[in-house]
Design a protein around this ligand. Structure first.
Ligand SMILES: N[C@@H](CCC(=O)N[C@@H](CS)C(=O)NCC(=O)O)C(=O)O
Length: 200
């Protein structure tokens, strides 16, 4: 069986819970409270020297940090991964976009505001995060105005990667009011078979 080291309110961890639910993959959950430094203990650093969750442990005992690497591993040869090699590269394109342009801005804002409750403490860096986060949302909106999903007009792990923090962007101080195509896509993603909600 797979094991997922995670923090319940982390969108990066939710990506893997959602994919495993939709793939019918059974897994154990081990909660690590990142607000208490639990991923920085010597025991956890032996599992992931980068000190971060999620970490997926395969049934063979191999450990895989990095949410999008774990998504890729889980989705290979499944309905969540396009078969065409070019479309697979486009899945990677959007997952790199998510990690470079989206997650560092929208997820970090959400962490400071929603998880830590420290909006005032982070007021200055939040301003830059807000601008860059809205830039990422604008790129998504443009794509989704013409496409129902990110790759090949079909739901894939590219959608899962981007859904994780977009659907809770309001908790990071982002309004999706001016992004109708994103809002319609969020509904399409939530309507996929086997969808599970993020718990915290
Ligand atoms: N690029 C990584 C990011 C992982 C990450 O930033 N995890 C955060 C929670 S979402 C974490 O573990 N933070 C705790 C810490 O840095 O001590 C991924 O996609 O998995």
């Amino acid at each position: 069986m797979f094991t997922l080291y995670e923090f319940s309110s982390s969108g990066n961890c939710y990506k893997l819970r959602l994919a495993m639910a939709q793939l019918g993959v059974a897994f154990n959950r081990i909660e690590k409270d990142i607000t208490r430094g639990e991923t920085r203990s010597a025991d956890f650093l032996a599992i992931n020297p980068n000190g971060r969750i999620p970490v997926l442990v395969t049934p063979q005992g191999n450990t895989l940090p990095e949410s999008n690497a774990a998504l890729w591993y889980l989705a290979r040869d499944s309905h969540l991964m396009p078969a065409n090699p070019f479309a697979q590269a486009q899945v990677l394109q959007w997952m790199f976009f998510e990690q470079y342009n989206h997650e560092p801005n929208i997820a970090t804002s959400r962490y400071w505001i929603h998880v830590l409750g420290e909006q005032e403490k982070y007021a200055v860096p939040l301003k830059e995060k807000q601008q860059k986060g809205y830039d990422a949302l604008a790129v998504m909106e443009q794509h989704l105005t013409e496409h129902p999903f990110f790759v090949d007009n079909t739901y894939s792990i590219a959608d899962i990667a981007l859904y994780a923090y977009t659907h809770v962007a309001d908790q990071g101080g982002f309004s999706l009011e001016a992004y109708p195509a994103i809002r319609a896509w969020l509904e399409r993603v939530a309507g996929q078979p086997g969808h599970v909600v993020m718990s915290a």
